[in-house]
Design a protein around this ligand. Sequence first.
Ligand SMILES: CCCCCCCCCCCCC/C=C/[C@@H](O)[C@H](COP(=O)(O)O)NC(=O)CCCCC
Ligand SMILES: Nc1ncnc2c1ncn2[C@@H]1O[C@H](COP(=O)(O)OP(=O)(O)O)[C@@H](O)[C@H]1O
Ligand SMILES: [Ca+2]
Length: 562
Amino acid sequence: MEKQPRILVSQFMLKNRVFEVTLNRLFLTWKELNARKKRVSGSIHNTFKVGFCLAKVLHRTRGVTSGSHCVPVSEIIAVQETEVDNIQTKDEGKWQKMSQKTVETYPYAFTVFYVERARQHRWRCGNVTFFCSDGLLRQQWVQAIKEQLSLQTCRPKHLLVYINPYGGKQQGKQIYEQKVVQLFTLASISTDVIVTERANHARDHLKTEADLKKYDGIVCVGGDGMFSEVIHGLISRTQTDSGVDQNCAHEKLVQCNLRVGIIPAGSTDCICYATIGINDPVTSALHIIVGDSQALDVCSVHHNDTFLKYSVSLLGYGFYGDILADSEKKRWMGPARYDFSGIKTFLSHHYYEGTVSFQPATDILGNPRDKTKCRSGCYVCQHNGQLFSEEIRDESVEGGVSENEDEREWKVVKGKFLAINAASMSCACPRSPKGLSPAAHLADGTTDIILVRKCSRLNFLRHLLRHTSKDDQFDLTFIEVHRVRKFKFTPKYCESEDTDVKDVRKKLFSQICRDHPACSCTSVNSNWNCDGEILDHAAVEVGVHCQLIKLFARGIEEKAGV
Ligand SMILES: CCCCCCCCCCCCC/C=C/[C@@H](O)[C@H](COP(=O)(O)O)NC(=O)CCCCC
Ligand SMILES: Nc1ncnc2c1ncn2[C@@H]1O[C@H](COP(=O)(O)OP(=O)(O)O)[C@@H](O)[C@H]1O
Ligand SMILES: [Ca+2]
């Protein structure tokens, strides 16, 4: 028989004062009662009212003081019975021991752990302990809250965790052990943990070995490079299991069911920052625990019908490719390597010649110059995602690429570029909280191509500085930005079959010196920076796969909290 839904209303002691505590399917609330009503009792109501915010109602009720709290059940982390002896409670910032009399009168207690919002999108694990005189009442409450938690079916119970011990400041293991383990234990999440022993360990394990049916999600502790490894393993595994050939650039990829969580411990942490609003391990762990889900677009990158890589954040040629290539030699510097190589690359001021062709995404909501930012529950992502899946359905009826797609106009831009960036999300990070493309969307099926044409150092600096201020970094004559679903890049100095970038360098050395007489230039082509990994080819074909993967995140929340 189905359990009767109900509201639980009881009075409990909290910080030596009496509170009325209410639990329904949506909220746990507690409000301080005034002196007249101080009598601790309990009652269970068999009625159930859905969808109203108790916090608002409580403020209008007689006998309520300002001390009123409301926590959504979806943000309760755990409930535990608490030993009353020696317990200390925090009141107005001071720790207070319960008086002996109170302990004797109210010997039963339970503690509820829940998500508390702090500054700048940070989440913390808050807790509240309620005291009462009746052991049965406590038991009823603990059971009722546990029952409500068991109804939160989106929450993971068993996770596969990969830790990169060498990412960022090499703190991955410590961060996981000191900040995450106790939260997962509190939330009754069990884990299988693998500390990686080499680059691509996690990718290969996911691709071929891991028994994915055992898990409700994957967690990676590291930076964007580590996340990239994990999604490569997961996407490849999903395609192999479904018989999809990743080498075919036009093949529709199969969506991955397992969500991935990122505990930030890297150098840039852009994916974490742009999907949660902060790179903070505790905040990320809490988003995993409450079972958040955020779909993410993935770009596939091909060279001559051979699959190279996937990208979810930045695909950058020129400036960001050169920074990455230089910084790889300075890994020992930790995250500071990017600042060092950034300055060096800026001063070298290389430009690269080539042709960018793209199909502008014209039938969608939003454009890269609008002021709409992608936020939790984004309407643009929902709308465009829907549009995309309808188009895919049409294609399957026709049995191939839809006519619409073929008919779409290709635009061609030829020139000398300091940078060619494709941002599939804002790429917000601590260095640039608004990111490379502030209006880009996490899950709209598009990427924003930013073309920075050859310009003076001063103008390029103006463009870069605007990433850190309110000024529009695209409002400059040498910048173009386009929202696209597909694009191609062909370097002027073409790579022939089986030739990699290094060979091209050698072959064209004389050309290089003519083009850059004043510098110690060594390369005619740049490298693509693909989420922090260097690609082997300069000529690429890129397509966006709408909402291919899911993260344990919810997008950046509109209000940053207190
Ligand atoms: C004079 C002030 C200039 C400020 C300009 C700041 C613009 C910064 C935008 C950075 C976008 C970063 C996009 C994400 C890239 C990562 O995938 C990649 C690898 O990260 P990780 O694995 O954590 O190491 N990071 C980079 O490529 C570093 C870019 C550094 C830019 C200075
Ligand atoms: N055990 C390991 N030893 C060396 N490299 C590793 C190991 N595990 C993962 N990696 C690689 O380290 C690179 C950087 O990792 P990441 O966690 O993104 O740190 P960072 O943000 O500092 O670049 C990734 O490309 C990943 O493949
Ligand atoms: Ca996107």
